[in-house]
Design a protein around this ligand. Structure first.
Ligand code: N01
Length: 560
């Protein structure tokens, strides 16, 4: 879509053209009949997958579950090629969806939102872009993803580095040539674990700088044959019902077995079967891996022993398996030959716990001990200012102030969807919703459907403003923290779930850990009760915000 005039008026504006934005546009335009549009920073659709093109970038969710389920027609036409879809295949899929639903006519590409202000006189959102364009809409919906604000650590001397450096979440569209070069990779989370084996094959030498050792389960990726594609197409209904009935939204069930209630032999054999199945399915072998320390220790020891056997150098094996957190308390990576990569002659591991980075200099990375690693390129696989970061970056200003201020002690909202003091704003997969603890497209569909129904309801009832009530938001925020505290998820030092990877960010567990099935039921009940907990107003003017009891919220903060 072209920006022909400087000011454009819509019923609804959606920010981001990834899984969230595309489906939200379709629902509002084609089902509610609104004049809706997407503002997208990139030059194409894809969202997270538009930016994450690093070597090895691939989804950890299995293909048969990593797609939309709202349209059987779309499902029947599409064909995945592998167990886990690669980044370019996911972009092809989202382009296919955009074309089939004729969405491009309502997408402004190359349009970076820099400020969103609620105008209380008119009850509309004023959205300003980097190129000084103004958009206005009654409804504002963010589909900016949870992991789109990249984190490049503030390491002394980066600007003096003579080679090029890259963040995996902002990968150049034309790719990067590593041939014949010495590469340094900082970071060994899900991204680094995917990238290292691929970079190692391309470059002359790879040095991996590891701060915290990590678990990883073999992905066991494989190609799909036509029979399997046909099976998936024939089982659309069953797959849809499966992903909507599991707490994680993945297309597999979580066993109800408890780890310590089976014999040692059975336990090892069940772990082994799960290891052979591979990927995120490993987590589903027992139901209590994230609620019982004893159960988790069993899984952790099993995984560590498997990892140790893959690595030929005992010192390297030790550094890679001195893991300081419970299995899956951080987002558990899955890999293709990650640990095996350290057996290659052209790969070295640096233990930053023993010898941290002191600075980056013109020729590479210098450690505190004075040891220097000369490099031609540096890859930052250092993660994101997750969940709240992309929302705060939009500079959202409600009638009572800006979101950055309101969330300075951590996110406060209702259902992860709506924020007190920010009327007619909805945040798809916002903090406080299952989002990143689930298979994202399934959570996204649930949020978009809920938001669409809510907007339809307000339209039918001629409601001007809807926003989360302060009491409901406070109770929900406490519930999110209590739910996390009942698990092992907060028992981690540096985890982006907790915002603990970003200096100065409040340490608060952000996603909702109660599972997608429970969450869906809660959302449906609230809808059926006429949006209980929300303030629905037919009047105009600013809403009055009651002060949230931050003291009460802080008492639920996590203190490690
Ligand atoms: O980021 P991370 P990621 N000095 O934050 C290290 C999703 N994802 O991009 O653990 C040295 O997990 C940091 O060390 P530590 C998935 O949800 C999805 O890997 O903090 N090291 C860690 O090793 C995932 O969880 C897919 O001590 C520093 C790494 O950088 C999320 O994205 C694929 C450092 C960051 O790990 C984020 O994963 C890939 C410093 N100053 C990723 N700062 C799919 O399949 C940070 N690190 C969909």
């Amino acid at each position: 879509m072209d920006e022909q005039t400087k000011e454009m008026h819509f019923d609804a504006l959606i920010i981001g053209a990834g899984f969230s934005g595309l489906y939200q546009l379709h629902r509002l335009r084609d089902h509610v009949g609104l004049n809706a549009a997407i503002l997208e920073q990139g030059s194409g659709v894809g969202g997270t997958w538009y930016w994450n093109r690093y070597p090895g970038a691939r989804c950890d969710s299995e293909s048969q579950g990593y797609c939309y389920f709202f349209s059987k027609k779309l499902h029947q036409e599409w064909q995945w090629s592998e167990r886990y879809p690669g980044h370019s295949e996911i972009r092809r899929y989202l382009n296919f969806v955009a074309d089939r639903l004729n969405l491009r006519t309502e997408i402004f590409f190359g349009t970076k939102v820099c400020r969103c202000t609620f105008l209380t006189q008119q009850n509309v959102w004023h959205v300003e872009t980097e190129k000084n364009k103004s958009f206005y809409a009654k409804w504002l919906i963010t589909g900016v993803g949870c992991l789109s604000s990249t984190n490049v650590p503030n390491i002394k001397g980066l600007s003096s580095f003579e080679g090029n450096w890259y963040h995996t979440g902002q990968w150049p569209r034309g790719g990067v040539n590593f041939k014949g070069q010495r590469i340094g990779q900082i970071g060994t989370g899900s991204t680094g674990i995917q990238a290292a084996p691929v970079i190692a094959k391309e470059c002359k030498h790879l040095t991996v700088f590891q701060r915290t050792a990590n678990y990883s389960i073999p992905a066991r990726n494989d190609s799909w044959d036509d029979d399997y594609t046909q099976w998936v197409r024939n089982h659309f209904k069953e797959l849809k019902s499966l992903v909507q009935s599991t707490p994680s939204g993945h297309p597999f069930r979580i066993s109800s077995n408890l780890t310590m209630e089976v014999s040692e032999n059975e336990r090892q054999s069940m772990f082994n079967d799960a290891w052979l199945k591979g990927g995120l399915r490993f987590r589903g072998v027992f139901s209590d891996l994230l609620t019982s320390s004893k159960a988790n220790e069993q899984a952790s020891e099993f995984i560590k022993s498997k990892i140790q056997r893959k690595i030929s150098n005992p010192e390297t094996a030790k550094i890679l398996t001195e893991i300081d957190h419970p299995y899956a308390a951080k987002r558990p990576p899955i890999d293709t030959n990650y640990f095996e990569t350290f057996n290659r002659d052209n790969v070295a591991l640096v233990d930053l716990k023993a010898d941290p980075i002191s600075e980056i200099f013109a020729k590479g990375i210098r450690l505190r001990s004075g040891v220097e690693h000369e490099l031609d390129k540096i890859v930052f696989a250092t993660g994101f200012d997750a969940m709240t970061g992309p929302l705060i970056k939009l500079n959202v200003v409600g009638p009572n102030g800006n979101l950055k201020n309101y969330w300075r002690d951590g996110p406060i909202n209702y259902l992860g969807l709506s924020i007190p003091g920010f009327p007619n704003l909805f945040t798809i997969t916002g903090p406080g919703s299952p989002s990143v603890l689930s298979n994202m497209p399934v959570s996204i569909e649930q949020h978009v459907d809920w938001i669409t129904k809510c907007i339809q309801y307000c339209t039918d009832k001629k409601i001007d403003l809807i926003e989360a009530g302060e009491d409901a938001a406070q109770d929900w925020t406490i519930h999110v923290r209590e739910t996390a505290n009942a698990t092992l998820l907060p028992k981690v030092k540096h985890s982006w779930y907790l915002g603990a990877n970003i200096p100065g960010k409040p340490r608060v567990f952000m996603p909702y850990a109660g599972g997608l099935v429970t969450y869906r039921q809660i959302c449906n009940t609230i809808e059926k009760k006429g949006y209980s907990g929300f303030k629905l107003l037919k009047s105009t003017g600013a809403t009055n915000i009651k002060k949230i009891d931050l003291q009460k919220l802080r008492s639920f903060a996590l203190g490690i």
